[in-house]
Design a protein around this ligand. Structure first.
Ligand SMILES: Cc1cc2nc3c(=O)[nH]c(=O)nc-3n(C[C@H](O)[C@H](O)[C@H](O)COP(=O)(O)OP(=O)(O)OC[C@H]3O[C@@H](n4cnc5c(N)ncnc54)[C@H](O)[C@@H]3O)c2cc1C
Length: 365
């Protein structure tokens, strides 16, 4: 059966695009090599949603626009799919241990305030008042109350279920292993010798997207970046905020477990957890929150983030008017999924996304 749009990849990005296209009445086929949706980076991610304010505009503008969609998306998905994606505005408490870190965080706080967010600079005593479990060696902190978290596996399930409810089809357990080219168009994809035809092809295959673009003659250096996470069982919960410091974040989940993440490693397509990676997370996590050392270790895992310089990469592939790439979201794919889904859907249905995709064009890489 032919489709209007074929999406390669049922991670959070592919599912967010399918969900938005479904709402616009577009017939979509989503194909994934894994047996279920969101089995790769989108499962492994920590689900931290941050109100970014780096100096590299318009990237932080994209992040903020996506964060702004979350509250209504959570309600919408709960009503239509009955899945609670556990969007919680728990806030981030970023800790500093010396004057240099303090200056950096105060600069960040000022930039966030300039962009309409709140930030409170706290003394060590004020930090311990709101988070008594934080280390006694902290010098102070900055609280970012609008930062939030979501349970990413539930988000992917809800987006895919929402897409199915509006007519999308999913072909799982099958890799796309080739394309059908007709002059300057790609008219379909090959899956185990079978051809599926579509008017538009979207590559949302995470860190595997570069290999698919290469088959189409386009060089996109999207690389896997391994992230390792440690999960700890803490009951009762010793934290309210996501704690950020010493290069890690410690995320209290609503089920009483705490995540400590994540390493950033460029080791190819290797999803193993390593003793040194887990050790780094445990050392930094227990230095921030010494009480964690008494808690039970539940699990450690690793996932592969899609990394590309100047990412994410969003838009038409050079020379191929009907192939769109949506990948390279690196550390912020969960955060950026709602806006990516909306903008790619607008690009396909109207040709004019409500935020310019020009700065994220594949030709920038
Ligand atoms: C440890 C860790 C912590 C993270 N923490 C956060 C966080 O706190 N906040 C945040 O916003 N982001 C976070 N991220 C990043 C985020 O998880 C990713 O950016 C995001 O999940 C990328 O989504 P994706 O859909 O592009 O890729 P993926 O989830 O990897 O999905 C790509 C899909 O494409 C499929 N595929 C690949 N090749 C083919 C093919 N040939 N045919 C068919 N299917 C194919 C794969 O099977 C996969 O399902 C984290 C990531 C990691 C690893």
């Amino acid at each position: 059966m032919d489709s209007d749009v074929i999406i390669i990849g049922a991670g959070v990005i592919g599912c967010a695009i399918a969900y938005n296209l479904g709402k616009a009445g577009v017939k979509t086929l989503v194909i994934d090599k894994a047996d279920g949706v969101g089995r790769e980076a989108s499962w492994a991610g920590a689900g931290v949603l941050t109100s970014h304010a780096s100096t590299r505009e318009p990237y932080p503008e994209l992040c903020r626009a996506s964060l702004a969609i979350y509250p209504s998306l959570a309600d919408e998905l709960k009503a239509s799919t009955r899945i609670d994606i556990e969007f919680i505005q728990s806030g981030t408490l970023s800790l500093f241990f010396d004057e240099e870190e303090k200056d950096g965080l105060i600069g960040l706080a000022e930039r966030r305030i300039d962009r309409g967010f709140s930030a409170e600079v706290l003394t060590a005593e004020q930090v311990w008042e709101i988070e008594p479990a934080v280390s006694r060696s902290v010098v102070g902190g900055v609280r970012f109350p609008e930062d939030a978290q979501v349970r990413n596996p539930k988000l992917v399930r809800a987006l895919s279920k929402g897409a199915v409810l509006s007519g999308a089809r999913f072909l799982l357990g099958n890799p796309v292993d080739g394309f059908v080219r007709e002059k300057d168009r790609i008219s379909g994809v090959k899956v185990n010798g079978e051809i599926f035809r579509g008017d538009t092809i979207v590559i949302a295959a995470g860190c595997w997207s570069g290999a698919l673009a290469k088959e189409l003659g386009v060089h996109l250096p999207i690389q896997p970046s391994r992230g390792q996470i440690v999960l700890v069982d803490t009951m009762p919960l010793v934290l309210r905020h996501t704690i950020d410091g010493l290069g890690v974040y410690v995320v209290p989940r609503s089920d009483g477990k705490i995540l400590i993440g994540a390493t950033v490693e460029f080791v190819g397509y290797d999803k193993r957890t390593t003793l040194v990676g887990v050790q780094q997370m445990i050392e930094a996590g227990t230095t921030l929150i010494p009480k964690l050392a008494e808690m039970s270790f539940t699990q450690a895992w690793a996932g592969l983030r899609p990394h590309i310089r100047n990412g994410p990469c969003l838009g038409k592939l050079p020379g191929l008017d009907n192939v769109i790439i949506a990948s390279g979201h690196f550390k912020n794919g969960i955060l950026l999924a709602p806006i990516t889904g909306a903008l790619i859907s607008e690009l396909i249905t109207t040709g004019v996304p409500s935020l310019s995709l020009e700065p994220f064009s594949p030709s920038m890489n």
